[in-house]
Ligand binder design. Sequence first.
Ligand code: HEC
Ligand code: HEC
Ligand code: HEC
Ligand code: HEC
Ligand code: HEC
Length: 238
Amino acid sequence: MIKKLFLPVILIIVISGLCLANSWKAPDQEKAKERSKETVPFIKEYVDDCKINRRICLMDAKVSLEDVKDVYFLLDSPVIKEKEDHYEPVRFAHKRHAALTKDCSKCHHFRPKDKDALETTRCSACHQDAFNPERPERIGLKAAYHQQCIACHKDEAKGPTGCKECHLQHVPDHKELVKLPDNADPFQVTAECNRCHDAQAEDMLKTAHWLWKGPSPYTTGHRKDILHGKGTTALNNY
Ligand code: HEC
Ligand code: HEC
Ligand code: HEC
Ligand code: HEC
Ligand code: HEC
């Protein structure tokens, strides 16, 4: 048990790191949040005739970077959310991606049949439920994002491909979760965290934070051969 005393300290460092990471707020954060809650009617008919020439079609339609009004989007569609909601919204730097790729057609691969529709109609207009019996060839929105985003990141060997690089897990409010008496001692605190975080505690025991050892520069005459550290002589903990 004594070994696990370090956990709260490490986790507090992690929490403060997360707080710092979250303290950056985009100027249009509220707008992006509002937008992410929108649903759009399902579009059945699309134009397939110029898939190969889609880039040219978009150029003919004079669609360009100037049409990219939003710096970034939060992707958090209710279409997906009603089925599963494990994560925080995914941040997607749209303008940056459009500028880097220089080719809208890489992502906006089809257009609706309706002549007045936007060339760059949202993915969620055509991709919604995972399976639509009327349009069985159409993949759902989650798969559409996963396939397109991750495939390009793999092809280009740039951009995130691991779950945690795009997703932040929902973290419940710990004020409600942690139950401790007043003036709890450090062991009680650790035990309380470990009630739910035992796996993390076990993982930490395998890391350098726990296993470090090194020469002791102040031990006269034995500078090279006396090793100190949690991995050897140190009893504790923080
Ligand atoms: C390139 C970024 C990216 C990567 C990598 C990625 N996802 Fe996603 N994921 C998304 C996007 C975008 C959505 C759709 C978000 C929305 O509209 O709700 C999504 C949605 C989801 C959802 C449904 C929404 C939710 O909150 O529950 C799950 C579950 C999910 N992803 C799991 C995973 C898993 C597991 C991995 C790793 C195998 C992974 N994702 C990797 C971008 C990514
Ligand atoms: C890397 C992929 C990618 C590239 C490249 C890209 N977009 Fe997008 N675009 C998206 C995604 C994803 C959305 C959000 C779709 C949603 O909310 O369902 C979007 C949304 C849009 C929207 C908003 C549509 C609406 O109805 O609100 C416009 C306009 C747009 N893109 C224009 C462009 C233009 C113009 C280019 C090229 C200069 C471009 N995009 C390049 C992925 C991309
Ligand atoms: C106008 C409707 C429409 C829009 C808008 C649309 N898609 Fe699609 N998408 C389709 C259709 C239809 C298919 C199936 C086509 C096929 O099998 O030939 C498809 C297929 C896909 C596939 C499967 C592989 C492939 O490329 O064929 C992915 C991935 C995908 N879409 C992602 C997206 C993303 C991401 C967006 C938004 C940036 C988007 N789609 C916008 C209609 C659309
Ligand atoms: C056509 C290729 C392409 C597609 C499609 C694409 N990306 Fe990327 N993405 C890139 C490249 C290239 C980078 C690296 C950019 C850099 O290093 O500056 C990147 C970087 C990122 C990053 C890390 C940098 C940042 O902007 O925060 C995130 C997050 C990301 N992409 C999310 C997504 C999501 C979510 C989607 C799908 C909606 C997506 N990407 C679709 C090419 C793509
Ligand atoms: C009743 C259960 C419970 C207790 C007790 C608890 N947690 Fe958590 N904690 C969770 C859940 C659930 C999550 C979110 C899912 C995850 O990351 O495992 C979480 C997430 C976290 C995260 C964020 C991890 C991330 O990936 O973003 C930190 C840091 C954390 N807890 C620290 C603590 C500390 C420190 C204590 C003790 C003071 C504690 N927790 C006690 C349930 C608990």
